[in-house]
Design a protein around this ligand. Structure first.
Ligand code: COA
Length: 163
């Protein structure tokens, strides 16, 4: 895939965050996650509330001014929590998610965090394969009261200590 621009922002909302970029991320994710889970995709307000007061990381891949993939993560105590990872269907299986996870894990190591944690709903099989292939382990499953496809599956990667 040619002409892809990668951008990484580390920001404390609303601070120096580009809300215009986040709006484009929200619009893309509304498409990717529409109908996938029990709840509708997160709104701009959800992003605002979730990212307020945390040093969050937003990574985007863009082509011709359009966001085609994005990842949102932030540290919680000694872990890096990957909240969102989405790639448009037409550009999947080109290594974009892998590249984002590489960046997130590297940043977590640089911040000397102990783990990277990702919550995946059971329906997201591609994401589960991706994580298992990267050495993540399932550390918790929260059953959905309505349908097992909505079970929350928590994956964790323990980062090697640098000492
Ligand atoms: C999951 C998702 C982010 C993967 O993005 P991607 O850019 O296509 O992933 P990559 O190309 O980096 O794939 C990396 C590895 O993940 C695994 N993988 C990705 N998609 C897969 C699929 N459909 N089936 C099986 N394995 C898959 C493979 O191991 C792959 O390596 P390979 O291509 O060398 O075999 C993308 O499918 C997506 O946006 N899905 C919908 C949203 C979602 O479920 N997000 C996760 C919720 S937290």
């Amino acid at each position: 895939m040619a002409n892809i621009t990668f951008r990484r922002q580390v920001a404390k909302w609303p601070g120096d965050f580009s809300s215009e970029l986040v709006q484009r991320v929200v619009r893309m994710n509304e498409k990717v996650f529409a109908g996938m889970f029990e709840d509708p995709p997160y709104s701009f307000t959800d992003y605002y509330e979730r990212l307020a007061e945390v040093a969050s990381i937003v990574i985007t891949a863009e082509t011709r001014g359009m966001v085609i993939a994005n990842c949102v993560a932030y540290p919680i105590e000694d872990m890096m929590y990957v909240w969102i990872l989405a790639v448009l269907p037409q550009v999947r299986r080109h290594g974009l998610a892998r590249r984002f996870m590489d960046a997130i894990e590297l940043m977590a190591k640089e911040q000397k965090l102990a783990t990277v944690r990702v919550k995946v709903y059971n329906v997201s099989m591609s994401m589960q394969v991706l994580l298992l292939n990267r050495g993540y382990h399932i550390v918790q499953v929260v059953p959905s009261p309505t349908d097992s496809k909505y079970n929350e599956v928590y994956f964790e990667l323990r980062l090697a200590s640098s000492t």
